[in-house]
Design a binder for this molecule. Sequence first.
Ligand code: SF4
Length: 423
Amino acid sequence: MTDTPARPANTAIRSTGGAKAAGVRQVRPQTEGWQQAKDESGRPLLQFASPKRGKPPVHLADLTPEARVERVKELGLQGFRAKQVAKHYFQHWTSDPAEMTDLPAAGREELVTGLLPNLLTEVRRLETDKGDTIKFLWRLHDGALVESVLMRYPGRITLCVSSQAGCGMNCPFCATGQAGLTRNMSSAEIIDQIVRANRAIANGELGRREHPDERVTNIVFMGMGEPLANYARVMHAVRTMVDKKDGLGMSARGITVSTVGLAPAIRKLADEDIPLTFALSLHAPDDELRDELIPVNSRWKVDEVLDAARGYYEKTGRRVSIEYALIRDMNDHPWRADLLADKLNARGRGWVHVNPIPLNPTPGSVWDASERAVQREFVRRLNDAGIPTTLRDTRGKEIDGACGQLVATEEDQQQAAEAAATA
Ligand code: SF4
C-alpha cells in the first residue's frame, strides 16, 4: 500500500475543534484538488471487490510447481521442462527463448511464450540518488499503469512493489486512491516487478555495483494498492518469493507487508506461518482523527487493529512496525505521542517499534511536514515511554516515488498510449 500522506496543494489550513488541549491547533484531513467518492451515508467509499476486467494472461509465476508441469504438458512437451523454464525465469531473470538453449529448438518459442507471456511493458523510468534509485512505470496488458521503485542501500537492495492497479481505500491524502481501484494485480504481475528489477541490476543499471551477484534483497509492499485487499494473489506471490526450490528463494524476513489496517486479513496473515515483516500504517492513535485520515478505520477501529498487530507478533515472533507520517498540526501533537505509547504498552513490551515518517514540506497544504522540533519531541516521548522509535528514510521522494505519491501523471498516460500503439 502507498501510505505516506503528501499531496501538494494550496488549500488554506482549517483549524477546528477536537484537540485535547485548549489552544492546540487541530488541522483536519481533507482532500485537495479532488473529491473523495462517498457512499449513501456520506462516508468515504471503500472498494474491496476488484472491478471485472479482462484477466492478465496466465504466467508460470501464477502456478504452483505441479500446475506448471501440467501446463507444459498442455503445450505439448514433457513435464520436466517446467523446471528448466522456471530456472531461467527465477534465477537468470530472463523470458527470452533465445537464451534458453537447454530447451529443444523445436517448440521452444511456443513453450516459452506460453509460460512466460509479457506482463509488464516499461513505459518510463526515472532515476535519482546518482542512479541508486529507479522508479519504473509499467503498463499492464489492459493498459492499467503501476509503478515500482528500486533502491540501492549499502549492503541491500530494496524494491517497493505495487499489488493493485489503483486502490479502493480512498485515503484523502493519497494520489493512488483518487481514481479508486482499477483491479487486483495477478501474482505473476507482482513477481514480474522483482524479476524485471533483478534483470536491471544484473545489467548494471542500478548505480555502482557492490558485487556481481547482486539482486533484490528486500521487498516492501508499499507501492500502489492495499496488499491485504488482494490477499490470495499477494500470498501466492509471497510464497513464490520465498520458495528456494521453485521460486525466487528470498528471505521472508526481508519482505514487508504493509497495510492500513484490514484486521481480519492481519489475523489471517499471522496464521500463514511465514515470518514476514509486518507494518501497520497507523498515522493516528485515536479513532476521531483516524476515521477521517484512513477511511477503512470506520470498519476496523484502532484498538482492534492494534490487537490484530499484537496477535501477529505473538504468532510469528516478528516485531511489528508502526508507520506514522508526521503531519503538521494534524497528528503530531505530544498528547498523540503519549496516547500511542499508552496503547502500545498496554499490549505488552518489546513487540513493536514505531517509524515516524517525515514528509516533504508543502506550505499552505493541510498535508504539511511537522516542524523538526515537533518531530523530535514526538520521537522522544515514545522512546521515553519505552517504545523503540526511529525516523524513517524516505528515499525516492525526489522522483515522486515515495509511498503515497505513486500515481501516473497525464504524461505517463500519454507515453503508455504511445507504447501500446507500437507494441
Ligand atoms: S488509498 Fe490505498 S494506496 Fe493510498 S494510502 Fe490508502 S491504502 Fe495506501
